[in-house]
Design a protein around this ligand. Structure first.
Ligand code: TH1
Length: 826
């Protein structure tokens, strides 16, 4: 049975490209640069998208579905051109059309800068969710910030990371629409004047404030093959009006300049910290800025064709992506009371029924807490409301727990109050102000319920639920790995594109010799493709017959890139001292950005590059190990890397990685997980079976038990394990740097003899021996071609659960309760 395709007019596309090149640049195709051809092609695609976009809006206006507003400081979209073609089902047609013009579609795609409005997993998850929402036919708005500079570009100089600004908007963005007619005002600072108006109502009026204009830019989010186009609305800030010098007295002049400055700073740059909060004032301003504009928009849209504001929650739900958008709780309260005149209780009911919160981490340095004085100075009216929410909540704690046997009310208040120790605790506000709290993998949600948020769970168990993360197979297989995508479709049909659970039909090929050979042949081709990229970018020759062992993700101590590179150092030492020992050649591939101020992370990058330098140049090891650090790891090169991975390194300290999603992307592409029982790895092993993954190391329970008892003493391991001793000494004996002291800080992190409770916080030495053993098992398994092919194929076959389509359907069924939009297309 042939499924219907979205209509796409190839001839119209070609004509449109030629026309655009002419009218935009006054050039012929022969004269146009690749960038100009990209722009011309993108505008041609946008044309096709706009029709679907308008159709979607019309259908929504008629059907009045409930809408989810996915509020997030980060959307790590990656390039739009190829993805839009995929979802329009027009990739092949456009490839042909461009071919006929003598142009390579890959070259065109490569002209687009990566929109990198996110750090890592959290931002990429938001992007996958938008893709799934549109594909499943649910009305959704992504709400975020149009940062002028996204995640910095990483260059490596002399082995060190150097950050370069990411001017992604330099050539404009052909897919965006500026919608100045939907601008909103956002106010900061000043004070609240409380008075009674003529009707006897108490009025809270913010005065002496600074105001900026929020301008929305809309980006189309296409569903796959269904004609649905949702919207990612990102906000830019502009000063409210150009000031007229003549009419200004000194005070006004000062203020006008301040407002201009504020507007120009607000959306300047994304904070490049993953799993870490720097607590900067500008960051809080960014949060309130995009939240106020988004909440105003949502209310306005609702009131356009409904009149009972008390029923807002029947048509809208706000999903808060971590605590960063949590001021939405107070902003919604403010607007409902101050602008729409609801009472506190009425407004509170609407707010709780509208808001939901996703927790993405238990790392303490990532928990958002704002100093009360800063919060109050910046957002005086919002602070009043938070203060009242807190007062009522503390009251509730006292009513519930006073006189209950064996319960210390004060300790309950200490652990749950929103305002405590002169801090505003954003997670507590998000939990109290909404009706759903979810973790992002089973293990993570259990840790939230049993430990991190235990008191909240006991008080309001009905709010807690798990939504294991997922990823979109459209970008990470259909677009990233066309060879494998075509092969799978030939075997089981194309149903997997919108229903990943169908991948399990591949299981019947797991023992089929021919299928195994084809599968591994495709992997080989993808390894060649990556090898070419590495040769071009790193000038390192790698052997596609070696095992491609990949760890790509943000650099963070808990993710333990250091464990990986220490293991490489050990293997190097081992090979040099036993040149005749059998060793299956391996290529260790790293990719990671470190937050600009995170010294240990930056030094780890330098270490990886230094080790790579020494090993790659050492002819005596006969190329048995190569080490590659891929510069500027981002969504576009990630697609090449995932497709080529044999081994997926997921080696975080158990209990620390809430979910992880790179693990799923590599599994989808037939890589075998080498990991700890952490985050979603646990569920991956559950699906694929223990025989098809390599698991090692402490369990999350063991880690948490050690932590409760003040850690462990790594010196014991150093003194008793000669492998560990040898490898640690290599850090400080000049093997990898002329300056022997260069890597001393890393050595100290592991062994800190002055303060043993701070030594090896992430249990690297504790897990070292088990990790070596797991690496050895990998080599053994890979040497058995048939066994490895079966494992790799089984990983792809068992990845069905990890589609973001499944995650989104769970959110819809259990939390958001959205209605599907019916579209006239087809
Ligand atoms: C990540 C988590 O570390 C990761 O385990 C998870 O898969 C991903 O979110 C998606 O759920 C996080 N990223 C951030 C970024 C910031 C603050 C907290 C987290 S948690 C800025």
């Amino acid at each position: 049975m042939k499924k219907k395709q979205l209509p796409f007019d190839k001839e119209l596309f070609t004509r449109s490209v030629l026309y655009n090149v002419k009218t935009l640049y006054r050039k012929t195709m022969e004269e146009a640069t690749p960038q100009e051809i990209y722009q011309a092609s993108a505008y041609a695609i946008k044309d096709a998208i706009i029709d679907h976009w308008m159709t979607t809006q019309k259908a929504a206006a008629e059907q009045d579905p409930k809408i989810v507003y996915y509020m997030s400081m980060e959307f790590l979209m990656g390039r739009a051109f190829g993805n839009n073609l995929i979802n329009l089902q027009a990739y092949k047609a456009v490839k042909e059309a461009l071919d006929e013009l003598g142009i390579d579609v890959n070259v065109v795609e490569d002209q687009e800068p990566d929109p990198a409005l996110g750090n890592g997993g959290l931002g990429r998850l938001a992007a996958c969710f938008l893709d799934s929402l549109a594909t499943l036919g649910y009305m959704a708005y992504g709400c975020g910030i149009r940062y002028k500079y996204g995640m910095f570009k990483q260059t490596i100089r002399d082995g060190y990371q150097v950050e370069v600004p990411d001017a992604w908007l330099e050539n404009g963005n052909p897919f965006e629409l500026r919608r100045s007619e939907y601008a909103k005002e956002v106010k900061f600072g000043g004070y609240v004047n409380v008075y009674t108006d003529d009707t006897g109502r108490t009025v809270f009026k913010q005065e002496g404030y600074q105001v900026v204009r929020a301008i929305p830019y809309d980006l189309p989010i296409l569903g796959y093959g269904n004609g649905m186009v949702n919207t990612l609305r990102i906000w830019d800030a502009e000063p409210i009006q150009c000031f007229q010098l003549d009419s200004f007295d000194k005070g006004d002049y000062q203020k006008a300049v301040e407002q201009e400055n504020l507007a120009s700073q607000l959306c300047e740059v994304l904070y490049p910290n993953d799993n870490h909060i720097a607590g900067k004032e500008l960051r809080l301003k960014q949060q309130y800025f995009f939240i106020s504009a988004s909440v105003q928009t949502a209310l306005k849209r609702y009131l356009k064709d409904h009149d009972n504001i008390k029923k807002f929650y029947t048509k809208a739900v706000f999903q808060l992506n971590d605590t960063h958008p949590t001021v939405a709780v107070a902003e919604l309260m403010r607007l409902l009371m101050d602008e729409y005149y609801l009472t506190w209780d009425e407004a509170w009911e609407v707010t709780v029924k509208t808001c939901c919160y996703t927790n993405h981490t238990i790392m303490s340095e990532a928990l958002e807490k704002w100093p009360v004085d800063l919060f109050q100075r910046l957002l005086p009216r919002i602070y009043q409301i938070v203060d009242e929410i807190n007062r009522r909540f503390v009251d509730q704690i006292m009513r519930q727990y006073t006189n209950s046997a064996g319960i210390d009310v004060q300790s309950k208040i200490r652990s749950m109050a929103i305002l405590y120790d002169n801090q505003v605790k954003m997670a507590h506000l998000a939990i109290v102000g909404g009706h759903s709290v979810n973790g992002v993998a089973q293990l993570h949600t259990e840790i939230l319920k049993k430990r991190e948020l235990k008191d909240f769970y006991e008080m309001m168990p009905e709010k807690f639920n798990n939504k294991t993360n997922g990823i979109t197979q459209r970008r990470f297989l259909l677009h990233a790995n066309p060879l494998l995508a075509d092969w799978i479709t030939a075997k089981i049909g194309d149903g997997w594109i919108t229903d990943l659970s169908q991948m399990d039909k591949l299981k019947s090929y797991a023992d089929d010799k021919k299928a195994q050979d084809e599968f591994m042949e495709i992997k080989h081709k993808n390894k060649e493709r990556l090898a070419k990229y590495i040769l071009e970018h790193n000038n390192i020759e790698v052997d596609p017959n070696s095992i491609f062992d990949v760890q790509v993700k943000r650099l963070h101590e808990y993710k333990r890139q250091l464990l990986n590179i220490l293991q490489v150092m050990y293997k190097y030492h081992d090979i040099k001292s036993h040149p005749n020992k059998d060793f299956y050649p391996k290529t260790y591939i790293f990719g990671a950005k470190a937050a600009a101020g995170y010294l240990t992370a930056k030094l780890t990058i330098k270490l990886i590059n230094s080790v790579a330098d020494v090993i790659n140049k050492d002819a005596s090891i006969g190329g048995k190990i190569k080490v590659v650090f891929i510069e500027d790891y981002r969504v576009s090169n990630a697609e090449l890397i995932f497709a080529a991975a044999d081994v997926s390194e997921q080696i975080s300290t158990a209990s620390k990685e809430a979910s992880g999603t790179g693990n799923m992307k590599m599994m989808l592409n037939g890589a075998v997980t080498l990991g700890t029982m952490d985050g979603a790895n646990v569920e991956i092993v559950n699906e694929v079976g223990e025989d098809n993954a390599f698991i090692f190391g402490l369990s999350s329970q063991e880690v948490m038990d050690y932590e409760k008892n003040g850690g462990y003493n790594p010196m014991d391991i150093y003194n008793s394990n000669p492998n560990v001793k040898a490898v640690l000494n290599m850090l400080v004996d000049g093997t990898f740097s002329k300056n022997k002291e260069l890597f001393r800080p890393l050595y100290n992190c592991l062994l800190n003899t002055n303060n043993s409770s701070k030594a090896d916080q992430y249990f690297i030495l504790k897990d070292f021996e088990a990790y070596l053993e797991a690496q050895r098992r990998i080599s053994e398994a890979y040497a058995d071609k048939k066994r490895w092919a079966r494992m790799a194929l089984m990983n792809t076959a068992c990845c069905g659960k990890f589609s973001s389509d499944r995650t989104i359907q769970e959110y819809v069924d259990e939390v958001w309760k959205l209605d599907k939009v019916e579209l006239p297309v087809k």
